[in-house]
Design a protein around this ligand. Sequence first.
Ligand code: ZN
Length: 313
Amino acid sequence: MSDMPEQVLITEVLLRDGLQIEPVLVPTADKLRLAYGLLNAGLTSLEIGSFVHPERVPQMADTDRLAAELCAGESAALHTLVFNERGARRALDAGARHVRIIVSASDGHSRSNAGVPTREAMARLEPAVELLSAAKVRIEACVATAFVCPFDGETPVGRVVDVADRLRDFGIQVLHLADTIGAAGPWHVRRTVTAVRAEQSDIPLGLHLHNTYGMAAANVWEALHLGIRRFDAALGGIGGCPFAPGAAGNIATDDLVNLCHHAGIATGIDVDRLVELRDELQALLGRKLGSALAAVPAKPVPLRTARTAPVPG
Ligand code: ZN
């Protein structure tokens, strides 16, 4: 276990990736309650919304209000997604201090998600990045379809390295590699992480995993052995991409925290509070959620690590 990190930073993406694909429009007040519940459970990093056109993703229409409310008083890293200059202006108006930009490594998904191929999507982000950088907003980047694309098949590693190279010129702080449709396996993770790291050794890497084929936990395990210590996850395993057919939910935060604690890796997250919050989310969405822990009738068995020190966002 000596190659494993001692702690990991989990970014909870339920309010963005999780809710964007739900048929139910969750009211802003409920989103705020969930956000505060997550922060109280020990999460120090949340994705809270996306500055996308409300007609395109109606579930994200209240991102301005959420960001204005949450970013004013919280020291946690509260991320919003920005796709263009207009989104950057909205983020700044709402007081956002942490922004994520997304670029698809494959042209097929980029066309579906951003309306243009990868190269044009990156060019479109430039003025947004300039605005955000001038305002000293912390920018993280996510490479979508970093392993497999629903339209183009397996993504060549060289494309991911090229995109990462360009993103580095944007001055990003963290680079997340996304298995957008949950089709990657541990061999993809090792291959692509190793290749990107060889070129970008100074930029911290994170993983954004979906669990379509039940491989997310195996992919986390592989990543942990590669020393990765940043992971995105959604409570109860909800989520998916409206512009990537076949994508199932994210790796479940409750399962990820359980896995890490089993491995003696600190998350700073109180799993009991997380489970209570997941049950609230189940009631809100009116359905049983798909995490492994959601199917277990009792609370998780206490583990040998009970570390609850907060992990910096
Ligand atoms: Zn996702």
